[in-house]
Design a protein around this ligand. Structure first.
Ligand SMILES: O=C(CO)[C@@H](O)[C@H](O)COP(=O)(O)O
Length: 225
C-alpha cells in the first residue's frame, strides 16, 4: 500500500486527558499527531500553544507532531513550537507578510515546513513556493472547528495538486483536513491525498483501533480500484 499517514486532530480529543488520548490513538495505529493551534483572531476559536506541545513530549509522546498554525502573525511562534518538539509546522499564506521567509524560518528551526490553503484559496497561491514545501495542506472545511462536513469541491483541488506534484516529481506530502471519515477517506485517497487529518471521526468513536483499522482498509481498497 502507498505510504498513507493518518493524523488524528487533537481538536476532538478530551483536553483534560490529552496525553492519554494522544497515547491511546497512537497505540491504536495513528501515524502522526495533528496539533491544531488557533488564536481567536485568524480563526474564531482558541486552542493551545507550545507549552502543551512540550507537555506531550514530556508525557512521552515520541510520534511526529504536525503543528497546524491558524494564527496571525506566525513567525514569532515558530521557534517556541520547534523548541517544544514540533516536527512539522504548517501555516496559512494570508498569515505571513513574507511566505518565503516564514518557510525558511521553519526549516532553520529544524522542522519540516508546509503551507495550508483554505477551501476558497486557489492552488496558484502555493505555486511560487511549491519546491520548498514538505507538506501541502488543503483544507476541506473552513478552519476553526472540528465536526464540519467535507466540502466536496475540494476533490477537484486535490486532483490538481496531485497532478502538479507528480508533474514536478516532488515528494511533498499532500495533506487534507476536515470532515474526513470512513465514508469518504477512500475517495480522498483516490483523488491523490496521502496524509489524512481526522478529528471527530476518530476521537468520537468508541474504539480508536477499530476506526483506524477501518480507515486503513478503506485506503487499501482505494488503491486496488
Ligand atoms: O483544523 C481543523 C479545523 O480547523 C481540523 O483539524 C479539524 O479539527 C478536523 O476535525 P474533523 O473535521 O475531522 O472533525
Amino acid at each position: 500500500m502507498a505510504d498513507y499517514w493518518i493524523a488524528p486532530s487533537i481538536l476532538s480529543a478530551d483536553f483534560a486527558r490529552l496525553g492519554e488520548e494522544v497515547s491511546n490513538v497512537l497505540d491504536a495505529g495513528a501515524d502522526v499527531v495533528h496539533f491544531d493551534v488557533m488564536d481567536n483572531h485568524f480563526v474564531p476559536n482558541l486552542t493551545v500553544g507550545p507549552m502543551v506541545c512540550k507537555s506531550l513530549r514530556e508525557y512521552g509522546i515520541d510520534a511526529v507532531i504536525d503543528v497546524h498554525l491558524m494564527i496571525e502573525p506566525v513567525d514569532q511562534l515558530i521557534p517556541p513550537f520547534a523548541n517544544a518538539g514540533a516536527d512539522i509546522i504548517t501555516f496559512h499564506p494570508e498569515a505571513s507578510d513574507d511566505v518565503a521567509r516564514t518557510l525558511a524560518l521553519i526549516k532553520q528551526q529544524g522542522c519540516k515546513a508546509g503551507l495550508v490553503l483554505n477551501p476558497e484559496t486557489p492552488l496558484d497561491v502555493a505555486l511560487p513556493h511549491i519546491e520548498e514545501l514538505d507538506v501541502l495542506l488543503l483544507m476541506s472545511v473552513n478552519p476553526g472547528f472540528g465536526g464540519q462536513s467535507f466540502i466536496p469541491q475540494t476533490l477537484t483541488k486535490i486532483r490538481q495538486a496531485r497532478a502538479l506534484l507528480d508533474e514536478k516529481q516532488l515528494p511533498t506530502r499532500l495533506q487534507v483536513d476536515g470532515g474526513i471519515n470512513l465514508d469518504n477517506i477512500a475517495e480522498i485517497a483516490r483523488a491523490g491525498a496521502d496524509m489524512f487529518v481526522a478529528g471527530s471521526a476518530i476521537f468520537a468513536s468508541d474504539d480508536y483501533q477499530a476506526t483506524l483499522s477501518q480507515m486503513r482498509a478503506q485506503l487499501a481498497q482505494a488503491e486496488s480500484k
